[in-house]
Design a protein around this ligand. Sequence first.
Ligand code: NAD
Ligand code: IPM
Ligand code: MN
Length: 371
Amino acid sequence: MSKELTIAVLPGDGIGPEVIEQAIKVLDGVSDKYGHNFIYRKSLVGAAAIDQTGEPLPPDTLENCMTADAVLLGSIGDHRFEDPTLSVRPEQGLLALRKSLDIYTNIRPVKAYDRLLGLSPLKDNLIKNVDFTIFRELTGGIYFGQHGRKEEGKFAYDICSYYNHEIERIAKLAFEEARKRKNYVCLVDKANVLESSRLWRETVQQLHKETYSDVRFDALYIDHAAMQLITNPLRFDVILTSNMFGDIISDEGSVIAGSLGLLPSASIGDTHCLFEPVHGSYPEAAGKDIANPIASILSVSMLLEHFDMNEEAKSIQQAVEYCMAKSILTEDCNPDVDYTCSQLGDVIQALVAEEEGINTKGLKEGSSSII
Ligand code: NAD
Ligand code: IPM
Ligand code: MN
């Protein structure tokens, strides 16, 4: 059955516009093949929005996102805004958007692809078959507690605070996900030191006992978990954690996959959803057509899954794995035969649309049938 979706598209800064262009190509491939109608509504966010309007999240961008079925975001951030004394920064736009949409669960799957095992500095036997997912709380914690300065700017604070209901709602989703996977949730916290982490433990332990006792559950301190992630990543299935710990361990997880350019994410709330790569704006690569678009393309696959377009989502995953098998990859994944960001987008679009006579042989020379 053909579907119609309105998607707010926020390309953002740095490599954001390049990788989002590829993700849209792939969505177009899906709509061609399956007869869906995706309506794209573009808006500014981050540094691009500050440049045009003075604000990182202009009201019409927020309105666009609030009224769309889904949001597709590239990345925000720009070296020009790194001065710590500035009061307006691109990152504020992303944080305000997440908070306004109340997308409290950020899902970040991490996989070791057989074809890419050699990319990771970790030994093949440690990472082969790794397949876990991080459930990162996204709208609370130290990111959204009180921040400020006192004593003429000589004293700064960022408060990490959580309500039990904020913990419970993401924990439920993590346990539900575990039931569909390997039935195991590992809570990652710092309950030996932090009161907010002790509330996480208490709340999740109780929920486990009352509702999810069929799911295997344990907890690790974040320092220990960071070590286990690279010494024994096969032990994980669903990792449940707070905002900042989740941010940090997801980039660590990318070392298992082989590149930060491979990790997608979905951010889900009760009424809104947003899809974005885990990586940032990688300003050094902006405009060079070298960034890996796979993280954004797989984020689109998560979007389709969210709307029950499972066959469509699968076709994207299969196209990505085909490219891995054929070494049709950007330079971060294949320094010998590097394809450009847009070439990879073209190939994946063509594979998804199952265009006749795909011939990727002459791709580098520009003589293939798809570019
Ligand atoms: P980054 O994720 O932009 O880049 C870190 C490194 O990861 C790069 O040097 C590169 O080696 C690799 N990388 C990232 N994306 C890649 C891709 N698509 N293909 C190939 N390699 C890729 O992190 P950073 O350099 O710490 O931050 C740059 C800016 O991005 C900052 O302004 C930061 O605030 C912002 N940021 C935004 C988001 C977001 O929009 N969600 C996420 C992280 C960082
Ligand atoms: C991410 C990023 C953001 C975060 C920044 C840019 C605000 O690092 O999405 O992982 O810390 O959440
Ligand atoms: Mn991050």
